[in-house]
Design a protein around this ligand. Sequence first.
Ligand SMILES: Nc1ncnc2c1ncn2[C@@H]1O[C@H](COP(=O)(O)OP(=O)(O)OP(=O)(O)O)[C@@H](O)[C@H]1O
Length: 271
Amino acid sequence: MTCQQSQNHQLRIRNLSWHVAGKAILEQVSVDYHSGELLGVIGPNGAGKSSLLRCIYRYINNYQGSIEFEGQSLQNYSRLQLAQRMSVVLQHNETNSDANVLQWISLGRTPFRSWRPRIQQQEQQILQSVTELMQLEDLLAQPISKLSGGELQRCVIARALVQQPSLLLLDEPTNHLDVGHQMQIMAAIKGLSIGSIACIHDLNLAAAYCDRLLLLNNGRVVAMGTPAQVLTQENLRAVFGVHCRVDIDATGRLSLRYHYPQPGEIETLHG
Ligand SMILES: Nc1ncnc2c1ncn2[C@@H]1O[C@H](COP(=O)(O)OP(=O)(O)OP(=O)(O)O)[C@@H](O)[C@H]1O
């Protein structure tokens, strides 16, 4: 999906601050999120990435500032209305359910459940296309509790997709995935007809798939823009304390080549 250049702001965040026990976890964060784009949220551990997502899916409510979603304040949505528009993939997923993969993924349809046959048929089609997209066809009869970490992660994303949200929020969607599945998942997310906001640690993966990046540090926005605008040597050194070369090929694709410090070099890098 390409970033729509219109002023179609699905999400408008203004001066969002969230403080806990006097500590600023998020401070004056303002973001315009365009409908349909894949926005990567990057930043070091503790930067506030998950907290930002939690405010958007209303797990955190006691923030200052405003969040507008599809033209109205987030606070005006009922839980059910929100569940019908937004779905969330969290960082840590464990399940001890007795359900098999198909049964478990179909739980994503809960906000829309109906026993009318026509709707049930539509559900079957949604489930089939999502399980194909996530390459889960061979696992559908397996107990969900017996899957590997990576297989479970693909199921978690599938369950979020069968919810057919207009906005998908993902906290580290490629956790536990091997390099091939990381690429497959990111390509699948980018290919969706809906927009997504994803916290991502792997900066090369973020550069390869995201339309825009939001770089946070200490709860504040450091930069927001295209991968080339955000992933500069200066930003990477200042925020992550790493040295790297930023290469941009003829097609405009950006890749980072890190200098991996050896014992004794760490202090020099942060100096
Ligand atoms: N409920 C809470 N109470 C107190 N402090 C919190 C709470 N939630 C988050 N924090 C703190 O806020 C900071 C940001 O946490 P957050 O999980 O948003 O960071 P993150 O950028 O997602 O980090 P990571 O990359 O490690 O997942 C951390 O210092 C964390 O300890």
